[in-house]
Design a protein around this ligand. Structure first.
Ligand SMILES: N[C@@H](CCC(=O)N[C@@H](CS)C(=O)NCC(=O)O)C(=O)O
Length: 203
């Protein structure tokens, strides 16, 4: 049994997609980030980071923050969506690291300055839009002739997809990015993605 501390953001949805794909028992503990739930004392006792997602594995008494670590933990625990050995394992970890260290932070800052900070300096908006658009271009090239970012559907796709899904809110035009457009449609049609977003909306 798992508990997922969740808010309906890209980082939150990654883990919901994985839990739905695994079809395991879990409950959602919804935090309202705008109200500052992440700073509540009961949450601070679980994690030093004041951020979602956070996973509790009750069977192992494990409390795990950081979406990349959570995806890897779930993949290894259930032997799904991450090859155990070999070059394909490192291809998945490479793209997972890319999402965690590049796409997430750049798109996250871009979203902040564009959508949440009405006074944002032009330089900040311009810089993060360019950084985010360049990362979309990287992905567009990497997806050439591929259904998924690695050989098979993996935790790397689960990590990347929620950030692409918000392309309109990021003001990144994907009309000229046919590989990303097809990838988004392919992933959006998956059962666990549909159910993850439905459960996230109800949480
Ligand atoms: N590196 C972290 C980032 C987590 C993160 O930035 N979470 C955001 C929501 S998407 C959050 O909880 N923000 C609350 C805050 O910063 O106060 C991960 O991948 O899990």
């Amino acid at each position: 049994m798992y508990t997922l501390y969740f808010a309906p953001t890209a980082n939150g949805h990654k883990i919901l997609i994985m839990l739905e794909a695994l079809d395991v028992a879990y409950r959602i503990q919804r935090l309202d980030l705008a109200l500052g739930d992440q700073h509540r004392a009961d949450f601070a006792r679980l994690t030093p980071h004041a951020k979602i997602p956070l996973l509790v594995d009750h069977a192992q008494a494990l409390v795990l923050p950081e979406s990349g670590a959570i995806l890897q933990y779930l993949a290894e625990t259930h032997s799904r969506f991450l090859p155990a050995v070999g070059t394909q394992r490192y291809a998945v970890l490479h793209w997972l690291a890319w999402q965690i260290s590049s796409l997430g932070p750049m798109a996250g800052q871009h979203y902040h300055f564009l959508q949440l900070d009405a006074q944002a300096h032009h330089y900040a908006r311009d810089r993060y839009l360019k950084q985010t658009a360049a990362l979309f271009d990287t992905l567009e090239n990497a997806l050439q002739d591929k259904d998924f970012i690695c050989h098979d559907y993996s935790i790397a796709d689960m990590a990347i997809y929620p950030w692409l899904r918000i392309h309109a809110q990021l003001n990144v035009d994907i009309d000229d990015l046919p590989n990303i457009t097809a990838y988004l449609q392919r992933l959006a049609a998956r059962e666990e993605v549909i159910s993850a977003y439905a459960k996230g909306a109800q949480a």
